[in-house]
Design a protein. Structure first.
Length: 74
């Protein structure tokens, strides 16, 4: 997983959105970049975290870092 950029923080803050962190695991193992549909069999897991509302005084970077942390440890 790559580092979250501040743009996600900008969207969340400016839209005053409640965010539900989610993580999809296992897709990389069954997908082949040459095809639009999985060519292998395997397990895919989707996990959802608790909804998060960020304070209005949080910076874009703080929001992105917290959201990244929440997604990494789902």
């Amino acid at each position: 997983m790559k580092e979250f950029k501040a743009g996600v923080g900008l969207l969340i803050k400016e839209l005053d959105a409640v965010v539900v962190p989610s993580k999809i695991q296992g897709v990389f193992e069954i997908m082949d970049y040459r095809f639009s549909w999985p060519q292998k069999h395997g397990n895919v897991t989707i996990r959802f975290g608790d909804p998060i509302r960020f304070p209005s005084d949080a910076s874009y970077e703080e929001i992105a870092k917290r959201l990244e942390h929440e997604v990494r440890f789902l």
